[in-house]
Design a binder for this molecule. Structure first.
Ligand code: UN1
Length: 511
């Protein structure tokens, strides 16, 4: 099923710049020569200004100056800025969500959900601003005390991807700001207006709270801008979201200058469906995680490992549900699947489908491009399901498109082994009503991922948990729980109030 009314280029461009203006963007200043295309209709939204990589030096210098002031502002006062940002985001929720739809093609409900994640992390960070706890410990020496204190780290470089063009920045920025850091953001090339609008709202929050506006910097540009940020010795932490290929370059480069990195890379997330699973709930969980966001979340479900006893029924029901998915203009009410981001994404999906067929797969649903007449420059596809005889090379690779591989298992240990036998380790889920199975799945013998769910899909995590994954996913954790520690440095303090100088480990050094 597909919807055919695709908005014209002119409408979208005007609306996008209007929404950005309402969020405080000086639209005349950001207009420029760089092509800027909406995936909704494949047409230009109006040119934008890209910065040269030299702009990174200037932005880092400004952020360093602001840092010297910001680090000694009490954390709860820093929290007040983030609180105000959350209020402004709530006020401009529709504007920012519309920009997310225009620039990256998310359906309205998911775009609003993305802005809600931003508001939620602001609430979390506000509470955190009074809870940056360190531990105290007992000393082995009389009259001594051990404690740890947490201090701001410095300038944090944030590199974000097109698929969460604003939420990922907010996870990093809300936490970094309460931790006393300053932020230089290199947003996705696809979403500069989203970036300027978010930064515009933060600037307003900073001004209203009398805080230094330079704590937040945005540099819009191509890969050269990202590389300059990665290599800049003044950037203490690089938090990068994107492909494993990108992370393979960022990680060693930052490590080489002894910087810190927090990597949030590819996923190849699976669901195991056990014989006892509630199939109604499982069906809904799979369809949202596999076809939602047109398969363009890092947490998108890309594999289902079904017990042979439920495989036929569940596959048939999935195929039937996929046949009913409304595909089309992401801003039309009722649409569930918007466009792919660009032609390369479409080509990658086609190539993966061809490889899957070579490797023994059978296409049982979707896979075709749709709406090509109504929108010849945009790339809408029917989400695809391919049944596979086993976990071949193409199944083990992440294709950033709505392409779901279905495999079967007989023995639960075999299902866990399949879940884990991919290079990536972001998210995973198990659908079961068997409590022992659920416990095994979340135990050390179970899923090896950073996110391990029971009876929900792989995507759509709340901000309160630490978000990230293992293996080629990069190992970083962002957002909730104690992920804030990555944004601070720890000092261990030994305080001697004894008037003597006993040495640890019983060392005698008397002169
Ligand atoms: C991503 O795709 O980069 O869990 C992040 C989720 C969202 C975040 C995804 N909260 O699907």
């Amino acid at each position: 099923m597909s919807r055919t009314v695709i908005p014209t280029a002119q409408d979208l461009g005007q609306q996008a710049f209007e929404a950005a203006r309402r969020c405080g963007v000086d639209v005349a200043a950001v207009a420029g020569d760089a092509a800027h295309r909406s995936p909704v209709n494949g047409r230009s939204l109006g040119g934008v200004r890209w910065d040269a990589s030299s702009a990174v030096d200037e932005a880092v210098a400004r952020a360093q100056v602001a840092y010297r002031q910001w680090r000694s502002v009490p954390a709860p006062a820093r929290g007040a800025v983030v609180k105000r940002l959350g209020e402004l985001l709530a006020e401009h929720k529709e504007d920012l969500a519309a920009l997310v739809s225009y620039e990256v093609g998310k359906i309205t409900s998911e775009a609003l959900g993305e802005v809600q994640e931003m508001i939620d992390i602001c609430d979390f960070a506000l509470g955190l601003s009074r809870q940056l706890y360190g531990r105290t410990s007992v000393s082995e020496r009389p009259g001594h005390r051990l404690m740890e204190t947490w201090h701001p780290l410095g300038v944090v470089g944030v590199i974000s991807a097109f698929n969460f063009p604003v939420a990922v920045w907010s996870w990093n920025t809300a936490i970094a700001l309460v931790c006393g850091d300053t932020v230089v953001w290199k947003p996705s090339e696809q979403a500069p207006l989203c970036a300027w609008a978010s930064a515009g709202l933060l600037r307003r929050a900073l001004e209203e709270c009398g805080a230094p506006v330079d704590v937040s910097q945005v540099v819009v540009g191509g890969p050269d801008v990202g590389e300059a940020l990665v290599d800049h010795p003044g950037v203490a932490l690089v938090s990068a979201t994107g492909s494993t290929r990108m992370g393979r370059s960022v990680g060693p480069r930052v490590a080489n200058r002894f910087g810190r990195s927090l990597l949030e890379l590819g996923g190849n997330n699976a669901a195991i469906v056990a014989p006892s699973a509630d199939l109604d709930l499982t069906l809904r969980g799979i369809v949202f995680s596999a076809a939602g966001t047109a398969g363009q979340r890092c947490t998108t479900m890309r594999r289902v490992i079904m017990h042979t006893s439920v495989a036929q029924e569940l596959t048939e029901r999935l195929v039937e549900a996929y046949g009913r998915l409304p595909i089309g203009n992401p801003m039309t009410q009722g649409t569930l699947v918007g466009p792919l981001i660009h032609q390369q994404a479409h080509d990658a999906m086609r190539a993966a489908l061809a490889k899957a067929a070579e490797q023994g797969g059978s296409l049982v649903a979707g896979g075709e491009r749709v709406l090509a007449e109504a929108a010849p420059d945009a790339f809408y596809v029917q989400p695809a399901i391919v049944t596979m005889p086993g976990q071949s090379d193409i199944v083990r690779a992440e294709t950033f498109a709505p392409l779901l591989y279905v495999m079967t298992y007989d023995d639960f240990d075999e299902a866990i082994a399949l879940n884990n036998d991919v290079p990536q380790g972001l998210s995973s889920s198990l659908f079961t009503r068997d409590q022992a199975e659920a416990e095994v799945f979340v135990s050390a013998d179970g899923s090896d991922c950073g996110i391990v769910n029971v009876n929900i899909g792989t995507s759509g995590a709340e901000i309160g948990g630490a978000f990230g994954g293992e293996k080629e996913t990069g190992g970083g954790r962002e957002s909730g729980s104690d992920a804030w520690r990555a944004y601070m440095r720890r000092a261990t303090n030994t305080v001697n109030y004894s008037g003597e100088l006993p040495l640890a480990q019983g060392v005698d050094f008397s002169v």
